[in-house]
Design a protein around this ligand. Structure first.
Ligand SMILES: [Zn+2]
Length: 243
């Protein structure tokens, strides 16, 4: 399994980037989580992963499955707490501005995404992550099913990641963006780290660019993941709201 392969190199990953002095751990964690989510969309596309359900849910599961696979326990917990809190903050903004849940949206409600994320990370190692479940506020009723939910994620995404971990002969992810921006430093370093661990079957670019919108997305026609620079200020706003 990929987890075994990755543990030895987990410390190389930029969980506490010394480069990005301008960015808080919360913002950096959410930047990584968002890139992982969009990478999930890219992998679904390039590896032709069959999805039985909502693709947005599958991409969320991939993002937290990857966190568990790439990082040692303490870093994985910290990242997952910040990523889950990101959804909590999104819900606060939604309640303050729009005031209603968009039930028709392709994404599930932020509160549901919060608990899905927490559940998978807890379910990956329930015996040792009781305190994580308490820290994140995962109800016992849900916690009981999380080991099974993680096993399902491992059976589906684990097989895809095992194939991608055979990196020889597969194209690397490429980065494009203004390296003067702290967010570019973080994402470029993450691209370098990911290239050591997994490769997609098609060339995919991860770009940081202005979009006039706090957004991130995968463009399947261009094989590009785009992280909009405006998302950083949005995450900083969420962090301020959560304090
Ligand atoms: Zn998505």
């Amino acid at each position: 399994m990929l987890k075994t392969l990755l543990c030895a190199t987990a410390l190389l990953l930029p969980i506490t980037s010394a480069l990005a002095k301008d960015m808080s751990a919360f913002v950096e964690a959410n930047v990584l989580g968002i890139v992982y989510h969009e990478l999930g969309h890219a992998i679904i596309h390039t590896e032709e992963v069959p999805i039985f359900g909502q693709e947005e849910d599958a991409a969320d599961v991939f993002s937290i499955f990857l966190v568990d696979a790439l990082f040692e326990d303490a870093a994985a917990r910290s990242l997952a707490l910040d990523m889950a809190a990101g959804f909590e903050g999104e819900a606060m903004i939604r309640d303050a501005e729009a005031g209603e849940i968009l039930w028709w949206d392709t994404h599930g409600p932020d509160e549901q995404r919060f608990y899905n994320m927490a559940c998978i990370l807890y379910g990956a190692d329930p015996e040792n992550r009781e305190s994580f479940a308490e820290d994140v506020g995962l109800p016992q009723e849900r916690a009981e099913s999380c080991a099974g939910e993680y096993d399902q994620a491992a059976a589906s995404w684990g097989a895809v990641m095992d194939t991608m971990s055979e990196i020889a002969g597969r194209p690397a992810l490429t980065f494009a963006g203004d390296m003067a921006l702290p967010v570019s430093e973080i994402i470029a370093a993450e691209v370098r780290s990911l290239n050591r661990e997994l490769r997609l079957s098609r060339p995919v670019t991860v770009a940081v660019e202005e979009c006039d919108d706090p957004n991130a997305y995968y463009d399947p026609e261009a094989f590009r993941i785009v992280f909009c620079t405006e998302f950083v200020a949005h995450l900083e706003r969420i962090e301020a709201l959560l304090k």
